[in-house]
Ligand binder design. Structure first.
Ligand SMILES: C[S@@+](CC[C@H](N)C(=O)[O-])C[C@H]1O[C@@H](n2cnc3c(N)ncnc32)[C@H](O)[C@@H]1O
Length: 332
């Protein structure tokens, strides 16, 4: 058993190792303590894995914590994810293959449940009534404002893939501009560029204009109601076309991609960015939204094939896990 005295001794030896080095004897002692410590952590992890019960999202509210407190509920899911993932990076090599598999399995399940919990019931009803494919009404208004914040991390992450020294866009288009945050972000990054926004939703157009008052007044931000299916811009016009969390709703994706290629200048960049794609297993709430709005989720392979078919070059697909993000980038 790992007592407080032993933990203190582990820390003392670690400090000494760093500062002045350990004698042969101390090294042996440290190794023995370390093994005991790892064994202890391993047993406790095993016990946790055995007693964890994953609760379907729709039952979370009704589930009472079990006697050992290991049901995965709204309150403790974040802790559970942290516990498992914290354990992994340093100590992974100490696990047996079977344990590694179980840890991978459980963290996958926990991650999925965690994503489910991240959409609160209130947000779910906002999305279902506000309609992300064409936001309307008060729920749509609130949803777009929320997305302006919640998609910032995703947008910033994707924009890191633009190599600033090579790309100095003077004309940029954001397709499905929603609440207008990505346009503001791009305007701040490229103050000399003119940023165009397009969206099928009247409400999104209004919100984007309100959110970009300064850029609109200076005529650096221009917003138009319309659809990606039939872009109202001339050929070879944009240096950069981005679209965040919108591709799912586009009718006939292949045609839309060909429209994007048409309006891009030669060597211009197209960037499609999203949280969901076809290779992911959807959570219960994500499924509800996807079904209601006929979201068309493409797999990485489908993205690649479509970009190739449209004649794009340098197709790169970047992904991130937890949160799940995808960025497909290519040049005309
Ligand atoms: C989930 S919202 C994302 C908004 C914004 N890009 C963001 O990241 O917060 C999807 C947006 O795509 C727009 N959209 C859906 N279909 C579209 C189409 N065919 N052409 C242009 N925009 C479209 C919707 O109106 C909505 O504003």
């Amino acid at each position: 058993m790992i007592t407080k005295d032993k933990l203190d001794r582990i820390n003392e030896l670690a400090k000494k190792k760093k500062e002045e080095g350990l004698t042969e004897e101390e090294q042996q002692e440290r190794k023995a303590l370390h093994e005991e410590y790892i064994g202890n952590v391993r047993n406790s992890l095993k016990a946790q894995l055995d007693s964890i019960k994953i609760v379907p999202a729709e039952e979370v509210e009704q589930v009472k914590p079990s006697k050992n407190g290991n049901n995965i509920t709204k309150e403790n899911i974040q802790d559970a994810v942290a516990q498992v993932s914290q354990f992994l990076p340093n100590e992974n090599e100490e696990l047996t293959d079977e344990e590694k598999e179980r840890v991978a399995f459980i963290s996958d399940k926990l991650g999925k449940e965690f994503r489910n919990q991240q959409i609160s019931d209130e947000q779910l009803s906002q999305v279902l009534t506000g309609n992300p494919s064409n936001p309307t009404g008060q729920a749509g208004d609130e949803m777009l404002s929320r997305m302006n914040n919640s998609h910032k991390g995703l947008t910033d992450w994707a924009l890191t893939f633009l190599k600033d020294e090579n790309i100095k866009p003077s004309t940029i288009l954001d397709i499905g501009c929603g609440g207008g945050a990505a346009i503001k972000n791009l305007h701040e990054r490229y103050p000399k560029a003119t940023i165009y926004g397009i969206d099928v939703s009247d409400l999104a157009i209004q919100k984007t204009i309100e959110f970009n008052q300064k850029g609109v007044t200076e005529d650096k931000v221009r917003v138009t109601k319309g659809s990606v299916e039939n872009l109202p811009y001339g050929d070879d016009f944009f240096d950069l076309v981005v679209s965040i969390e919108s591709y799912y709703f586009w009718p006939r994706f292949q045609n839309c991609l060909e429209q994007i290629k048409r309006v891009l200048k030669p060597n211009g960049t197209c960037m499609i960015v999203a949280e969901l794609y076809g290779d992911l297993e959807l959570t219960y709430k994500e499924n509800l939204i996807a079904q209601k709005f006929n979201q068309n989720l493409l797999t990485k392979k489908e993205f690649k094939d479509s970009f190739e078919k449209a004649g794009f070059k340098n197709i790169r697909i970047y992904t991130e896990d937890n949160p799940n993000w995808i960025c497909v980038e290519a040049q005309k």
